[in-house]
Ligand binder design. Structure first.
Ligand code: THU
Length: 148
């Protein structure tokens, strides 16, 4: 098998979140959106991560007057999970105050890939949820296996 393909699947493919898990993620992400600190862009984002052990960690975007120091919601959620000893990630749901919803930025895709190349990525689009794999958003990703 092509080693790049093997790498993509080396951590397995986490199970799709159930409807009740999606509802819990949605509630946690919405609460985080409400706490977002986004006075410069006006964009408020909340992200909720589900681990394979069933725990949920939420993060929001935190902007700064020195704009480049802004940290996205997804990376803040990852930091919270890792600090609690959780790296076995199954899904992330991304909520926002933007009516069209938003997909994770490139930097966040890369950070998520570090821990779960086949993570489920769930976007809130109005009343609908859109599910895809992180590998759909970041194909042929660079990752830990590339460092030998
Ligand atoms: N933002 C996120 O929190 N996540 C993303 O994936 C895209 C962008 C935030 C960062 C910044 O505070 C605001 O959205 C506008 O870029």
């Amino acid at each position: 098998m092509n080693p790049l393909v093997m790498d993509r699947h080396s951590k397995g493919s986490p199970e799709r979140p159930s409807d009740s898990e999606l509802a819990a993620l949605r509630a946690a992400a919405r609460e985080a959106t409400e706490r977002a600190y986004g006075p410069y862009s006006g964009v408020h984002v909340g992200a909720a991560l589900l681990t394979n052990g069933g725990r949920v960690f939420a993060g929001c975007n935190v902007e700064n007057a020195s704009y480049g120091l802004t940290v996205c919601a997804e990376r803040n959620a990852v930091a919270r999970a890792v600090a609690e000893g959780e790296r076995d990630l199954r899904a992330i749901l991304i909520d926002t105050n933007q009516p069209r919803g938003l997909a994770p930025c490139g930097a966040c895709r890369q950070v998520l890939h570090e821990f779960a190349p086949e993570l489920w990525v769930v976007l809130v689009r109005g009343d609908d949820l859109h599910l895809a794999r992180l590998s759909d958003y970041l194909p042929d990703a660079f990752g830990p296996a590339d460092l030998g």
